[in-house]
Design a protein around this ligand. Sequence first.
Ligand SMILES: C[S@@+](CC[C@H](N)C(=O)[O-])C[C@H]1O[C@@H](n2cnc3c(N)ncnc32)[C@H](O)[C@@H]1O
Length: 402
Amino acid sequence: MPDPGPFILHNGSVIVESSWPKPDRDAQKHSERLIAHLRLQIDAADGWMSFADFMRETLYAPGLGYYSAGADKFGEAGDFITAPEISSLFGHCVAAQCAGILEHVGGDTIVEAGAGSGALAADIISEFPPKKYRIVEVSADLRARQQSRIKPEDVAADVDWLNGPEEIDAFNGVIIGNEVIDALPVERFRITANGVDAVGVVWNGAAFSSITRPAEETLIAAVREVEEQMGRSLPPGYCSEIRPQLAAFIAEWASKLQRGAMIWIDYGCSRAEYYASDRDQGTLMCHYRHRAHDDPFMYPGLQDITAWVDFSALAQAGTSAGLTLSGYATQAHFLLGCGIDQRYDAMRREAEDESRVLELNEQLRRLMMPGEMGERFRVMALTSGLDHDLIGFSFRDLSATL
Ligand SMILES: C[S@@+](CC[C@H](N)C(=O)[O-])C[C@H]1O[C@@H](n2cnc3c(N)ncnc32)[C@H](O)[C@@H]1O
């Protein structure tokens, strides 16, 4: 195959639909401060920044990044809506799964990674208060929002906040994260006739743009490992992402789990689906005011940047860290296994009027339907010292497809 040649994925020009809401002056100024910060970083790195570094800084630079600074992100007024924000049906089901695990391992602690607005934490705590509920949150802004929603003096659980897993002693219990792994930085790559290029970020004098250069050994090795595990090569021109931090992230969490489970919920699929031949531009997605698009350079600091989760890589990271893959299911099947239908019936019986019933129906639809979150979102349990089946995977377990 001929080398497809140098390739610029994005020209950096901001093409925004005229109907899209424009950021106000303060938001624009905030974005400009982040752009100035990113440009300094790019200059310091000789003009080329890896995409993972760009994503990390854009989302998490202290006081500047999308997650670190103050804009509304979650819910109708923000940029996207997550399952716990849609309905407490979700939190009640996750709580049922957590309660079962705690009972089996004689644990009393749930640790939530990246709690966002605090909706899932609030629902789990109100459903069955575990003795301890610990939230690991890297964003100071989100931590403040969570603390105004969950006031330790008002809830039955002992709640606290931590900066990272390094602050936790090993425990028996559950680690849970909804839409956290998709927010971990990814490297972007492009296959060439001669090897693998990294897709990095440059400042072109007016805007950020993507540009390729030959990848370093670690990225090449990671791409080759993906190909080896799939038993096929990716063709020249194929672009996608890989999450270099994933194995270390899971290993660190695994070192904290004596007996119990980690449950990760996110949009994603198996490796074979992730790197399918027709998905040749990767899965990178940006969210700005409920609009999804693929330009990571639009409004830096004002939009979310994510990529799907390769659940085969997640399972592999777990087993390499000494955990057992104990279940992998679509969100719909997981929620059914956790009894969402019974919970829905109970809430419907309690509904005060028809409008509440309609609201519940809409919530159920969004969580469960294949065209909504039901199939695109997957749930994976990685366990340690747990010899019981988990209810969330009793309906259907897709582990064999990974
Ligand atoms: C898309 S939001 C999801 C929030 C929430 N779990 C929900 O479902 O609404 C991603 C969250 O992951 C957090 N996060 C990102 N990197 C993290 C890390 N390394 N450890 C813990 N949390 C992280 C972010 O700060 C944010 O709270």
